[in-house]
Design a binder for this molecule. Structure first.
Ligand SMILES: [Zn+2]
Length: 89
């Protein structure tokens, strides 16, 4: 790759296109550093990164929404057990 390419500041579409892979740690160090620099400068992309990160946390079971969902499922399961028990008696 030529030097101008590496030194050029990233544009928002470039950042957004690779944001998920960046958060997954799947981009190389050079690219990660450039994305990081852009996210510090650019509010909108920074916000987007936060959203992706929150989404990722949820998918990995670390977010509050997933925990609520799990609680709901556990509650339904418990209710089913209670309902079954009622029928058996
Ligand atoms: Zn941007």
């Amino acid at each position: 790759m030529s030097r101008w390419w590496r030194r050029r500041r990233l544009m928002c579409p470039e950042v957004r296109r690779t944001l998920q892979r960046y958060l997954d740690g799947e981009v190389d160090e050079t690219w990660a550093a450039r994305v990081r620099a852009h996210l510090e400068d650019c509010r909108r992309c920074g916000l987007e990164a936060d959203t992706y990160q929150a989404l990722k946390d949820n998918l990995e079971g670390r977010g509050p929404e997933v925990r609520d969902d799990l609680l709901l499922r556990l509650r339904r399961f418990a209710e089913e057990l209670v309902a079954d028990g009622g029928r058996d008696r």
